[in-house]
Design a binder for this molecule. Structure first.
Ligand code: BTN
Length: 247
């Protein structure tokens, strides 16, 4: 059970997350928040949180698995009203999640480009950002109190509980994440890029990179001034805007 009053009393934002739509079960919070927005039942800055997702969606058409009642699966809807918001959001969402985790649990997670949350190279959470009309939907999935993860992802994923051997209060964690999220939104793209790079798990290291069905070996060089990834592939320096890195 997610206690909304406990979440609200730890939230210190001006605009984000003040109205929360708490659902027991939904197909996907990203899908639902946009439906609710179109029905005028929620507004920009509001949050949809679900205890269970029947059809959770990940990046690149992957399924997002989560255990009912044990993880954070939620979405926020924002108006795309700043020229660099779409560049900033994927980076600052990841940063705000690792800052919230550190604040509550002292666990030092890292970021895998563009916004996977990892610990010891294993995935703990991910972010799915969708752009519909003038809406930006930010979906966050985070493994929190799972004792065991879905069999197909057990080798590559972890939960916070599996790291520290105790349960974590999801209400506090989500409030802390959103507090960082809103304050990062007011920072420049340049400072967000710097902060992202300092938390990146694979700066200046050799990585394998999946793109268009191919596995490419590269060296990850960092982000350019637009927040795009730069990699050295063979002798060439390339800018990469999509794909999946394997650590
Ligand atoms: C990824 O790493 O592939 C992104 C995963 C994003 C999952 C979250 S859970 C809440 C929101 N609703 C969804 O269907 N997906 C996102």
């Amino acid at each position: 059970m997610f206690l909304v009053p406990l979440f609200a009393s730890n939230l210190s934002t001006n605009k984000i997350g003040h109205r929360i739509e708490y659902l027991k079960s939904v197909d996907s919070t990203n899908t639902e928040i946009y439906r609710m927005f179109q029905n005028h039942s929620i507004q920009f800055g509001d949050l949809v949180f679900a205890e269970q997702q029947i059809s959770g969606r990940g990046r690149r058409n992957n399924i997002w698995y989560s255990k009912p009642g044990e993880s954070i699966t939620c979405s926020i809807i924002l108006k795309n009203n700043a020229s660099d918001l779409l560049q900033k959001l994927p980076l600052l969402t990841g940063i705000s999640i690792i800052k919230g985790i550190k604040q509550l649990t002292d666990i030092e997670c890292e970021l895998k480009w563009p916004n996977d949350i990892v610990y010891n190279s294993k995935k703990i959470g991910g972010v799915l950002i969708e752009n519909k009309g003038d809406c930006l939907i930010i979906g966050v999935g985070l493994n929190v109190n799972e004792n065991e993860l879905e069999e197909s992802i057990q080798k590559t994923t972890l939960s916070l509980k599996l790291i520290i051997n105790r349960s974590v209060q999801r209400e506090l964690l989500l409030a802390f994440i959103l507090n960082h999220f809103e304050s990062l939104m007011n920072q420049s793209l340049k400072s967000i890029i710097k902060e992202w790079e300092s938390s990146c798990a694979h700066m200046e290291t050799s990585i394998n990179f999946h793109q268009s069905g191919k596995l490419i070996s590269a060296k990850f060089l960092g982000l350019n001034q637009h927040g795009e990834a730069t990699m050295k592939i063979g002798a060439e320096k390339k800018t990469i805007t999509s794909g999946i890195i394997e650590l």
